[in-house]
Design a protein around this ligand. Structure first.
Ligand code: SAM
Length: 245
C-alpha cells in the first residue's frame, strides 16, 4: 500500500519522525525553469507520498511524466486553499503523507503553502522541507551585491500601500530583493529610483532558462536598458541597501 511505502521511504528520505499515527507534510522545491534542477530527493518524495497538492496540476502532471511516476494529485492554490485544506489535514492526521508543490521554486515563497503549513502544525503534523530552486536566492548570489544580509520583499503592492512600503525601505541597509512581473518592471525601477536614489541594482531575468540574463548596473542604467528593450519573462530585482551611517 502506498502509505506503507511512504513510511518505508520516509526512513531514508527524512530525519524528522512522523507523530504517532500521523503522516507528514513535505514542502517540496521544484525547478524555476530548468528541469535539471529537480533534485533526486524531490522525485523520491513526490513518488512516495499518498497525495501531491499542486498549485497547477497540469504542470505537476508534466513533472511526473518527465520523471516517470504517477501520484494522486489534488489542486491547491490561493483560490481554493480554504476549501482544500481540511481534506489534506484529514489525510495527514489519518496517517497519509502529502507533498505540496507550487508552479515553480519553493512553495510558500510568493506561492501558496504557508496556510497549509500552519494548519498542519496546528494539527501536530510534522512538516519536512525538501529544498530546491528559488528565484530570489538564485538572483541574489549572482547579483554582485552584498549577500551577507538581505531582505526579501516579494512583489510590491501594485497600488494601495506601494509608496508606504517603498518609503519604509529607504533607510534599509540590507540588500533588497523584489519579484516583479514584466509589465510592471519599468514602473518599479522608476519608483525605486525616485525613492531610494540611484543605487546599484541587478535585474535577473529568466534564470536557469534559455534567455537567462542578468543586467548589473545602477537604477538609472537599468531603466534606460529596459525602456529600450521591452521586458519579457520573469524578473527578480536585487537592489543595494542604504549606505551605512
Ligand atoms: N516560489 C517561487 C520561488 O521560490 O522563487 C516564486 C513564485 S512567484 C509566484 C513568481 C515570481 O518569481 C516571478 O514573477 C518572478 O518574479 C520570480 N521568478 C520565478 N522564476 C523565475 C526565473 N526563472 N527567473 C527570474 N525570476 C523568476
Amino acid at each position: 500500500m502506498k502509505t506503507t511505502k511512504t513510511r518505508e521511504r520516509g526512513k531514508q528520505i527524512n530525519h524528522q519522525p512522523a507523530r504517532k499515527g500521523k503522516g507528514q507534510l513535505f514542502v517540496v522545491g521544484t525547478p524555476i525553469g530548468n528541469l535539471g534542477d529537480m533534485t533526486h530527493r524531490a522525485v523520491e518524495v513526490l513518488k512516495g507520498v499518498d497525495w501531491v497538492a499542486a498549485e497547477d496540476t497540469r504542470r505537476a502532471g508534466l513533472l511526473m511524466k518527465r520523471f516517470g511516476f504517477k501520484t494522486r494529485l489534488v489542486s491547491y492554490h490561493d483560490f481554493n486553499k480554504t476549501q482544500r485544506t481540511p481534506m489534506l489535514i484529514k489525510s495527514l492526521t489519518d496517517g497519509q503523507s502529502v507533498a505540496v508543490i507550487s508552479d515553480a521554486g519553493l512553495p510558500g515563497i510568493s506561492d501558496p503553502a504557508y496556510y497549509l503549513v500552519t494548519r498542519a502544525l496546528a494539527n501536530d503534523v510534522t512538516v519536512v522541507p525538501v529544498p530546491g530552486a528559488n528565484a530570489a536566492l538564485s538572483a541574489l548570489v549572482v547579483s554582485g551585491l552584498p549577500t551577507d544580509r538581505f531582505v526579501f520583499e516579494g512583489f510590491l503592492p501594485a497600488k494601495k500601500g506601494r509608496n508606504k512600503r517603498l518609503e519604509r525601505l529607504r533607510n534599509e541597509e540590507r540588500t533588497l530583493i523584489f519579484y516583479e512581473a514584466p509589465h510592471r518592471l519599468v514602473r518599479t525601477l522608476e519608483d525605486l529610483l525616485a525613492v531610494l536614489g540611484n543605487r546599484r541594482v541587478a535585474v535577473a531575468r529568466e534564470l536557469t532558462k534559455l534567455h537567462e540574463e542578468v543586467v548589473r548596473s545602477n537604477l538609472f542604467g537599468a531603466l534606460e536598458y529596459f525602456r529600450t528593450k521591452k521586458p519579457k519573462g520573469e524578473f527578480v530585482i536585487v537592489t543595494e541597501g542604504a549606505k551605512t551611517e
